[in-house]
Design a protein around this ligand. Structure first.
Ligand SMILES: Cc1ncc(COP(=O)(O)O)c(C=O)c1O
Length: 421
């Protein structure tokens, strides 16, 4: 115990150099052929273009929903969802305080006002027990995020939405293929949104996906996606704007790349589960370290693997952030690839200063409620951001060989925890 010299003190690294593969996504010969086929075909875009239409059908089938629109980002899909949910200036949308920027800004994009709710400290997803208190007569929708690839507790969320006549928009940008009580991410709420940006489980560079079972929501979202135009069954365009629209369409090269990668998604999810379950089994006994909690009925897809450091458990009287930074430094020296990702959205300058569109909009909209973004309302999110450490390179082709070295590195550092200061 504690005999190995730590790498921060010149000892041998627990993870050999070159073992971790950083490149994501893997790009195969099939991917190259799929993209080349588009170039050879010469059709690069269009509402009824073959690759995008096929991709939308395949993704809808995978999620178990009727309608799908491929977009040019997850943020675009979220904005379309907020608009389709009927959010108008001054309306409110309840969402989690702990996510990526555009979980909050997609609400502003349509003149809506985000009302942030603190997180459950076990899952890091929205605390469902606090949603009802955030509700007001102005609330139009709830926007839960499936953070790190684990779905939010959807049953109580859907029950609250039904009680108040709200739409539920799943931000499943990190949760391709995740399952909650036998239902796939994107199929439980009224709308689901995914990102296919470079770090995601289907990663085409930049892209997104909107899904729903509701024809009216699909039609409304399609108008926002394409210049305010109604989407015709026959793919023909009438070039009339029926409402506010942007240009959020996908295009053939990325759709072909997504389709090709999608064939490997089940295999990728299998490897991610094997890697992350191995980490949890082997790290959970380490005192002072909290491994991810999986909600019963949830089958996460592990977009990220987070451990939390708890210095009090080790009898250490040290600032938790300081401790997390020291641990991270020691692990990094051992060769563990680390990721840092978290954001407390209301703590961002945009929200603290309510900059928005200028002239105080949307918060200044006549009749809008006064919403505070005082961070004392989000103690669990603020605590999580201080103490979470992300373990990187968990995605394939990385496998158990690397995970075993990671476990050795964690054990080595925690066995000599008094020597990292
Ligand atoms: C939770 C979450 N929501 C929304 C987005 C936005 O997706 P995109 O970058 O494709 O616009 C991301 C991307 O990282 C995300 O992680």
């Amino acid at each position: 115990m504690g005999l190995d010299k730590l790498a921060i003190h010149g000892g041998k690294k627990a993870v050999p150099d070159g073992l971790a593969v950083i490149q994501w996504p893997p790009i195969t010969r099939d991917d190259e052929e799929a993209v080349l086929a588009v170039l050879r075909r010469g059709i690069l875009s269009g509402t009824d273009a073959p690759e995008t239409s096929a991709w939308e059908k395949e993704w809808a089938d995978y999620c178990g929903v009727k309608y799908c629109l491929a977009t040019n980002s997850g943020t675009a899909a979220l904005h379309m969802a907020v608009a389709a949910a009927g959010v108008e200036p001054g309306d409110e949308v309840i969402t989690t305080a702990f996510s990526w920027t555009s979980t909050g800004t997609c609400i502003l994009h349509h003149g809506g006002i985000p009302v942030f709710v603190d997180i459950d400290p076990a899952t890091y997803n929205i605390d469902v027990t606090k949603i009802e208190a955030a509700f007001s007569p102005k609330t139009k929708a709830i926007l839960p995020v499936h953070l790190y690839g684990q779905m939010a507790d959807m049953e109580p969320i859907m029950a609250i939405a039904e009680r108040h006549g709200l739409k539920v928009i799943e931000d499943a940008c990190q949760a391709h293929g995740a399952v909650y009580k036998n239902q796939k991410a994107g199929s439980v709420g009224h709308i689901g949104c995914f990102s296919t940006q470079n770090s995601k489980h289907v990663a085409c560079g930049e892209g997104g996906i909107f899904v729903t079972n509701d024809r009216a929501l699909y039609d409304a979202a399609a108008r926002v996606q394409q210049f305010g135009e109604n989407r015709q069954e026959n793919g023909k365009r009438l070039y009339n704007a029926y409402g506010m629209g942007w240009m959020y369409r996908s295009q053939e090269l990325v759709s072909a790349f997504c389709r090709s990668q999608f064939r490997r998604l089940p295999e990728y999810i299998g490897i991610l589960r094997q890697n992350c379950n191995y980490l949890t089994e082997n790290l959970s006994g380490i005192k002072g370290l909290q491994t991810p909690y999986v909600l019963p009925g949830c089958e996460p897809v592990w977009w990220d693997y987070k451990v939390r450091v708890i210095p009090e458990k080790l009898g250490l009287n040290i600032n938790p952030r300081e401790f997390a930074l020291r641990v991270a430094e020691a692990l990094k020296a051992e060769g563990v690839s680390l990721s840092r990702w978290e954001f407390v959205i209301p703590n961002m300058t945009l929200f603290q200063q309510k900059r928005g569109f200028g002239k105080g909009f949307p918060w200044s909209f006549p009749g809008a409620r006064k919403i505070s973004y005082d961070v004392s309302q989000y103690p669990e999110a603020m605590a999580a951001i201080q103490t979470l450490i992300g373990v990187g390179c968990i995605k394939p082709p990385n496998g158990l060989e690397l995970m075993k070295c990671y476990v050795a590195a964690f054990r080595k550092v925690f066995d000599s925890i008094d020597k990292i200061f």
